[in-house]
Design a protein around this ligand. Structure first.
Ligand code: URA
Length: 213
């Protein structure tokens, strides 16, 4: 688990370019095509913050004019794990930001009434061998999804978060717990409604990305 100057559990990325995009993303007037583009642009910015503590090893690079000191991402390669289906919207941009990353998938279905998630797809290797793992889940709402996958977490990249989800993670994994989680998010909203949606939020991220199926 990387540590560093941004070692707090929840890091809200307070940046004008993030705030500008998030506002357009939330808007009910934003259609699916633009919504997908904005989700990707935000993911790139959040991935940049989430990956700040990846380790590098020094190297030398030959420029047209001579040798220069450089740095390359050190092995083992990080793992990026989008939570199906909405997490796919953050994948391309995260892979562009973290070019050495490999991908595994997690699929969780949330019971509409109890909101309890159950796993229907898991391609995460059983042995992670010290790899950094970035879980992609646009909406940190109840925290149930992240609690389920937390054992493998280095950082969760979430476009929006709710205090209830963060509290749930904090009580499930208190500060002195060996599983140290870090959530990198563009905003902490007010609350959840009785259907587990983030308020004011942006609605159903999966539907806004991919349509209702
Ligand atoms: N998932 C969503 O898509 N939206 C929410 O507000 C909460 C969970």
């Amino acid at each position: 688990m990387p540590s560093g100057p941004n070692d707090e559990r929840v890091h809200v990325v307070d940046h004008p370019l993030v705030a500008h995009r998030l506002t357009e993303l939330r808007s009910a007037d934003t259609g699916p095509e633009r919504f997908r583009a904005l989700a990707g642009e935000l993911a790139a910015m959040l991935a940049y913050e989430a990956s700040r503590a990846l380790t590098t090893r020094p190297t030398e690079v030959i420029t047209p004019l001579g040798a220069a000191p450089g740095a390359r991402l050190a092995p083992p390669d990080p793992l990026v794990v989008p939570v199906l289906r909405a997490g796919l919207s953050l994948l391309d941009a995260t892979l562009t930001a973290v070019p050495t990353a490999e991908v595994a998938l997690i699929g969780l279905r949330r019971d509409e009434h109890t909101l309890v998630p159950s796993l229907y797809c898991d391609t995460v290797p059983p042995e992670l061998g010290g790899r950094d793992v970035f879980v992609l889940d646009p909406m940190l709402a109840t925290g149930g999804t992240l609690e389920t996958v937390i054992g493998m977490l280095t950082a969760a990249i979430c476009l929006l978060s709710a205090p209830e989800g963060v509290s749930r993670l904090e009580s499930a994994f208190p500060g002195d717990d060996p599983v140290r989680i870090r959530v990198v998010t563009a905003a902490m909203d007010e609350r959840l409604n009785d259907r587990g949606y983030i308020i004011p939020g942006l609605g159903d991220a999966g539907d806004r990305l991919f349509g209702r199926i």
